[in-house]
Design a protein around this ligand. Sequence first.
Ligand code: NAD
Length: 492
Amino acid sequence: MTATIEVEATDVKASGTATVTMAETSTKEQLRAMFDRQKRAFRSAPMPSREERIQNLQRLKTVLLDNQDAIIDAISEDFAGRSRDETLLGELMPIAQDINYTCKKLKKWMKPSKRHVGQHLQPAKAVVNYQPLGVVGIMVPWNYPVQLAVLPMVGALAAGNRVMVKMSEFTPKTAELFAKLMEDHFSEELISVVTGEVDVATEFSKLPFDHLLFTGSTQVGRIVMRAAAENLTPVTLELGGKSPAIISDDVDLTEAVERICFGKSFNAGQTCVAPDYILCPRSKQDAFIETYRKVFNTMYPKLNNNADYTSIVNERMHQRLQSLVTEAKEAGAGVHVIGESDINDGSRRMPLHIITDASDDLRVMQEEIFGPVMPVIPYDNLNEALDYVNDRPRPLALYLFSHEQDCQRRVLEQTHSGGVCVNETLLHVAVDDMPFGGVGPSGMGHYHGHEGFLTFSKAKGTLSKGKFNAAKFMYPPYGGALGKMIFKMFVR
Ligand code: NAD
């Protein structure tokens, strides 16, 4: 059974069937014991067959889909109101699709890849074998607590690894349910789920994993990478940032706003790839706000008790978002409230606040917003918009609304971001056959689909020779006629 470590402050208690007596040992020792059990299990079965991997993935899908109502309820409880449809669209659908796609492609991905051997090394064969790494650590944020635990697991399990998963302390109900489901259906040597506060996360990040995938803020990403560096553990960092949406002059505003509104309102903007700010042609700024109001009110005619509109995850985040708005207002920026403003249903639902004329020093212009607040920045020509993006840290996503090929080409060639949607928001993340990952401060490395399989595999180049060894003509003593002929043929 899967071991679940749950730690409250410095007090340690256990659930599940971990053999260590949790009350008597420190968090560090419990985590290390769990890691060692997985490592030993890996050594005794270092190359699981394709059938075993597919069986694990199918079981994972079945367990999650069979328990979808419980998952929907747990996430909603953690958020004090998470839309049921958003949990289906943003957690369970990508998981089911990714597992289906991975199972279909796994045979091809696992196949050793034959490589070219140059004449100077003949006769020999070269192949790249995709070998499981061992024990993979996965650290999960709160905003899509199931999807962001499971999609990395899919890549890691498909590549034949064992996984230890640290859930977010901000979604305790979901973490508890997820740990229980994994504990009930998988051996702890294959999947271990760890719950608890930041002190547990800190110890978790210090384990000598064979690979560590962290999803979370850029700030914590730095701390985690530092901890991993002590073990030279390779990391994939899935971080955040301020993702721009550029509206070009040629585009129909209603078309663009509908797609931006969906992407910004989904999970109430608490999405790593949510459009953070809008670059809008100056002459269209007022029309943009009015169009947004119409579109938003059609999607969400009311906010009180609207089960389609997700609440802010906790009071701290709610206050942070309110303070971004207050600071902007006090500094003289325009604040346009879109949607019902008087929320009295006991939730933390928050209408969208469009911010205009904000100066660059405001927090709303500096920090990743991660909620229903959205600055609009006017521009006069495309170069100005491109400079605005390029003067800032490279974002996780960039959205362009334009049907003009030249504009599309310029934006794609002249900006860097983790991924791009042209005339869409968010949905590039859902393409199973594309890598997902940031660039610079928005992350490093990739997963999803084939790139996930590669991230969690050692691509081991193997050169094999038979009995005849032509390389011995290169052995010392140097200076012979054959050696000279070899240099003549190949050093050119
Ligand atoms: P976070 O960085 O606060 O927490 C993420 C994980 O790190 C949690 O499991 C937490 O327990 C752990 N953690 C916290 N402090 C730690 C420390 N000092 N040492 C070690 N571990 C620690 O992030 P969050 O608030 O849960 O999530 C929001 C952030 O995540 C946003 O910046 C968002 O953009 C980003 N995000 C990125 C992606 C992506 O795929 N790129 C997806 C979702 C969220």
